[in-house]
Design a protein around this ligand. Structure first.
Ligand code: FCB
Length: 482
């Protein structure tokens, strides 16, 4: 028998048996219907209508109208052959005040969605928090306030109580780096605050909320599969100078280890705590918190998009100011670090460098430096300026190449012994790309925002083929018979 991932005589590189192929979305990016069925505003509703926050003043009020079109969207997933669908629950829809009683109409929407998925043989993969904090909780202090962590655990238990009989895979948080540092340090995301010390407290309370939610779900179902999704980057220094190595250590610390170490090792990394000393004294950490945060996970979700290549700030009078003279950046304590673009490296429409080997590097590193556990790529994908042909088709070959390269990178990691169990493309649909509004398209399915007509792009058809073969074609081997 061929080893999974090894080139085969048929010209295929095969994924291991049981490897899950899916696509991902998030509630605020697709649902719309923001004032229907008892839903109340989240921080993204507030932020998006605040002038100057989002390109074009776009909001998720309508988005892709998935709330009304979920049946058609599930039918599309079924036609593409997706094994699993990763989506998030809107907290404001199911618990409008962020505390207190559940909203039956909100829960019912997700029950119907889950049933539709199950009827179509698609595994539901639920994310409980994809950035849309109920506004009343932000008004009470948001994630910098400790109480938000307890509220999150209550909400998690409430959703699990209703969907736990049909959902197996639970993800507490999506990308706590973004919810904390983009939300509270540079304010690029909701709630738009620029308070680095509060951002560091938000990191902790998000992680604490994750731990408490994991325990609350396991209290209701001891065998529940619960994980967390973090966004990780490959990080490299722009040169071999010691100062650039220091820049890379700092950015790796803030983007990767500040989350992985508490979650998987039960401690904050000493060097990162030292880097943050001018920002936070960590007095928000209480005895027992790190034990809660490091409650064993069933799996770790990794979102991977790109690599950071970084350089130290230019010294002024021989002194390197890591704080960048008070610059507002999502890198507390290291605001002065410069992010460098490499010559000749292709970028996506987000201006993110395309670096598939960085995905292999990231997976191998997590598996080597942390206790071994099942890993999933819960997001990976690319925005491009898609063109619609005369016949309405979208021939998005750059996106096909992106997915192809990154799926091969997954196979390379598997060949190196990484227990990678699945891959979710970001995203099923073109959607509301946060501060970029509708100006960046990540979908494998094109959405016409005027008519809400969905058209699978070439990348969707290509991905569907990969799923059907459970393999990508091996360029070294013969082209497989179709
Ligand atoms: C990730 C987010 C997701 C989407 C992609 C492009 O950081 O989790 O919602 O915006 O980036």
């Amino acid at each position: 028998m061929l080893a999974a991932g090894a080139p085969s005589p048929t010209g295929l590189r095969v994924f291991p048996e049981g490897f899950l192929f899916g696509a991902a979305t998030a509630a605020y990016q697709i649902e719309g219907a923001v004032a229907e069925g008892g839903r109340t505003p989240s921080i993204w509703d507030t932020f998006s209508i605040t002038p100057g926050r989002v390109v074009g003043g776009h909001s998720g009020a309508v988005a892709t109208d998935h709330y009304h079109r979920y049946r058609d969207d599930v039918a599309t997933m079924a036609r593409l052959g997706l094994n699993s669908y990763r989506f998030s629950i809107s907290w404001s829809r199911v618990q409008p005040d962020g505390a207190g009683p559940a909203n039956p109409a909100g829960l019912d929407f997700y029950r119907r969605l889950v049933d539709e998925l199950l009827e179509n043989g698609i595994l539901p993969w639920v994310t409980l928090y994809h950035w849309d904090l109920p506004q009343p909780l932000e008004d009470a202090g948001g994630w910098p306030a400790r109480d938000t962590a307890a509220r999150f655990a209550e909400y998690a238990a409430l959703v699990h109580r209703v969907l736990g009989d049909r959902v197996r895979n639970w993800t507490t948080l999506n990308e706590p780096w973004c919810s904390s540092l983009l939300g509270y340090a540079n304010g690029h995301h909701a709630p738009g605050r620029t308070e680095p010390d509060a951002a560091v407290a938000a990191v902790h309370h998000l992680l604490l909320g994750h731990g408490l939610a994991t325990q609350a779900i396991r209290a209701q179902e001891p065998g529940a599969e619960v994980g967390c999704t973090v966004n990780l980057y490959a990080v490299s220094p722009a040169s071999d100078s010691p100062a650039d190595a220091e820049a890379a250590r700092r950015i790796d610390g803030l983007s990767n280890r500040l989350f992985l170490d508490p979650l998987l090792l039960g401690r904050y990394p000493d060097d990162v705590v030292a880097d943050l000393a001018t920002v936070s004294d960590f007095s928000h950490v209480r005895d027992g918190d790190l034990e809660t945060i490091s409650t064993p996970l069933s799996m770790l979700g990794i979102n991977y998009y790109s690599r950071h290549v970084v350089a130290a700030p230019e010294p002024v009078d021989g002194v390197v100011d890591w704080r960048g003279g008070g610059a507002v950046e999502p890198w507390p304590g290291s605001e002065g670090v410069r992010f460098v673009k490499r010559d000749g490296v292709p970028v996506t429409a987000m201006d993110w460098e395309i670096d598939a080997p960085g995905l292999t590097e990231t997976l191998v590193r997590v598996n080597r430096e942390y206790p071994e556990l099942p890993l999933y790529i819960t997001e990976n994908g690319a925005a491009f300026d898609d063109q619609i042909d005369g016949d309405g088709a979208v021939n998005d070959q750059p996106r096909v190449a992106y997915f192809d390269g990154h799926l091969r990178a997954c196979l390379d990691a598997i060949d190196e012994g990484v227990p990678l169990r699945g891959y979710f493309a970001w995203s099923l649909l073109d959607n509301y790309e946060w501060a970029w509004g509708y100006t960046r398209r990540f979908g494998i399915v094109h959405v016409d925002y005027e008519t809400q007509v969905r058209t699978p792009k070439a990348s969707a058809l290509w991905y569907s083929d990969v799923i059907a073969r459970h393999a990508v074609a091996d360029p070294q081997g013969a082209e497989p018979a179709r």
